[in-house]
Every structure is written in structure tokens, then in C-alpha cells.
Design a protein around this ligand. Structure first.
Ligand code: PBG
Length: 335
């Protein structure tokens, strides 16, 4: 039962800053952020190799030493987790993505460098999928027709996960969308004694037009022919997202991700309400690029936009957000 105007005036509680603060329903903090970082080769002997990414203004690939620096920065800012993506040299890519199984690949070296720099003060989430390692840019192994093979790919993903686990990853994050891979990875991790290694599955990942700059960042955009629609989801489907989430949870995922972010907030809140599990959203590269383009055009206030979008994810029930704006957002939140 509520009163009606004029007994009820919703503007009353908005009159002053202190009252708005008092009535605020949710809060965002640096603890809600996961910072995705791109790793590149280079010895960093001159203070860190930094390669700016044209389609992601303000984001760079970092050499392994540079990644360790970013980890120190993240700890200082209160960001609890980093997500790593390697830019594998063309010479180390092949049709099978074998570099994913190399214990000394860029990803594993970056994980160890973070451990050396900050110990267990920060979580490291490692991406499981083969697109940074294949010469054709698909997330898995392909047949003669270019179709991405499910079970053969899943087998490699298990090896990739064990490789990352051995390097010291805290969260294994399969972004490949193969059927059954969460269960296979979970079983292999248990068998290898990695009982406390988390799996955050990219459960509802859509075949989206918002991934372009990411593919530049990992160096697969020039290699990829065609699209990923035989494994990533149709943007028109929501019920199917709930089925994907249910399966990944049944197979042993500790948390699930919805990706991209803002265009799929309806999916995030439906997953949260249906399953009552930790849900994360990935505010992807194209979303970052849109904000930066709006700022460059003089059409928007970056800081306000970044904080507003992060607030939207929390309001939709997300536990946290993967965002390239993480360091900026953390600085703003820390005042
Ligand atoms: C692929 C992967 C992609 C992203 C994360 N992992 C791109 C794709 O599916 O082609 C996109 C992230 C972003 O756009 O920021 N395994």
C-alpha cells in the first residue's frame, strides 16, 4: 500500500546529496572489477614493452614484465582479479593450437610473473579457448569444411586448462562454447588434485559484433575467416542461455558469465533470478570502444559513463564485471 501525490513525492528523498546517498540501493567498488590484460612477447628490459592497440584506445598489450607491473597497480587499486589473454606470435600458431599446451607459453609466463610480483594478493583468471593459438583464428580444431569440432577441441581444452593450472591460475575461464567442456575440465582438475581451482564458465556467450577490437588485440582478426555462429549463441535467444547456464552449473562451474555485457543485461538478471549463483558480465572490447568513441566525439563524459554502466551491471545482479576500464573505474571509486 503506497500513498499517492501529494502525500507521496518520490523527489523528496532526492533533494540532497546525503539523502541520495542514504537511499542508494547498490554500490560499486573496486572489488567488483576484473581487469582483462593482453600479453605480448618482448623482454621488457627497458621498463616494459607496451604495444598500444589501435581499435582499443587507451589499452595496450604488455610484455610479461609489464603484466607484473599491472598486477602491482591492480593490488594498489583494490582490483581483486586479472584476466589474461595472450597475443601469440604468428610463428607459434598452428591449425591445432598446440602452443596452448606449452608450459612456457606467454600465458603461463605471465601467470608466474604475477605470482612473483604480488604472490597470492590477486586472483588470476586464465582464458581457455584456442583462438589465440590457432593459425585460422577459430576457438577450436576445424575439419576440412572449416567446421569447429566439438569433442576433439574439448580434449585440447582440458590439456590447456591443466597447463594453466600447473602455472598457478586461480580461475579457469573457458570462453570457447564447446558442449561438455566444463564437465571434462572439472573432472581433469579434480583428478590432478586441483580441488580448489575455480571454473568461471563463459556460459552464455553470444556470436556478437562487439568483439572486433579484442580480435585485433590477440592478433586473430586477420586470420579469422567466417564467423563463430556454429558455437557461440544467436543474439536472439534467451531461453537457450538459461539452458547453457544450467548445463555448465551441473558440470561443475563455480560461477557463470554473460557476454557481451550491456546489450545482454536482460540475460544477466534472468540468470541471476533463476539460478541464484554468482553471475559475471563481460563488458567487451566493442563496448569499451563505443564509450571511447563517444568521448572522442565530444559526446560524453567518460568517467560518468563508465561508473553508470558498472552500476547497471550491479543493479542487474552481477557479482562483478570484466572491463577494460577497470583501472580508471577503481581510481574513480577510490576517490
Ligand atoms: C575468444 C574470446 C573473445 C573474447 C574473449 N574471448 C572473442 C571471440 O569470441 O571472438 C572477446 C572479448 C572482448 O571483445 O573484449 N575465445
Amino acid at each position: 500500500m503506497t500513498a499517492s501525490y501529494p502525500a507521496l513525492r518520490l523527489r523528496r528523498t532526492r533533494t540532497s546529496a546525503w539523502s541520495r546517498a542514504l537511499h542508494r540501493e547498490i554500490a560499486v567498488s573496486p572489488a567488483d572489477l576484473i581487469w582483462p590484460l593482453f600479453v605480448t612477447d618482448g623482454d621488457g628490459s627497458h621498463g616494459g614493452v607496451e604495444e598500444p592497440i589501435g581499435s582499443l584506445p587507451g589499452v595496450s598489450r604488455w610484455c610479461v614484465k609489464g603484466i607484473a607491473q599491472r598486477a602491482r597497480e591492480a593490488v594498489a587499486l583494490g582490483i581483486p582479479c586479472l584476466a589474461l589473454f595472450p597475443n601469440t606470435q604468428p610463428g607459434r600458431r598452428d591449425p591445432l593450437g598446440k602452443e596452448a599446451l606449452n608450459p612456457d607459453n606467454l600465458m603461463c609466463r605471465a601467470v608466474r610473473a604475477i605470482r612473483d610480483a604480488v604472490g597470492g594478493e590477486i586472483g588470476v583468471l586464465t582464458d581457455v579457448a584456442l583462438d589465440p593459438y590457432t593459425s585460422h583464428g577459430q576457438d577450436g580444431l576445424i575439419d576440412e569444411a572449416g567446421y569447429v569440432l566439438n569433442d576433439a577441441t574439448a580434449e585440447v581444452l582440458v590439456g590447456q586448462s591443466l597447463n594453466q593450472a600447473a602455472a598457478g591460475a586461480d580461475i579457469i575461464a573457458p570462453s570457447d562454447m564447446m558442449d561438455g567442456r566444463v564437465g571434462l575440465i572439472r573432472a581433469a582438475l579434480e583428478a590432478a588434485g586441483h580441488h580448489n581451482l575455480q571454473i568461471m564458465s563463459y556460459a552464455a556467450k553470444y556470436a556478437s559484433a562487439f568483439y572486433g577490437p579484442f580480435r585485433d588485440a590477440v592478433g586473430s582478426s586477420g586470420l579469422l575467416k567466417g564467423d563463430k555462429k556454429t558455437y557461440q549463441m544467436d543474439p536472439a535467444n534467451a531461453e537457450e542461455a538459461l539452458r547453457e547456464v544450467a548445463l555448465d552449473l551441473a558440470e561443475g562451474a563455480d560461477s557463470v558469465m554473460v557476454k557481451p555485457g550491456l546489450p545482454y543485461l536482460d540475460i544477466a538478471i534472468r540468470v541471476k533470478q533463476r539460478f541464484e549463483v554468482p553471475v559475471f558480465a563481460y563488458q567487451v572490447s566493442g563496448e569499451y570502444a563505443m564509450i571511447e568513441a563517444a568521448v572522442a566525439a565530444g559526446a560524453a563524459d567518460r568517467d560518468a559513463m563508465v561508473l553508470e554502466t558498472l552500476t547497471a551491471f550491479k543493479r542487474a545482479g552481477c557479482s562483478g564485471v570484466l572491463t577494460y576500464h577497470a583501472p580508471l573505474a577503481a581510481r574513480l571509486m577510490n576517490g
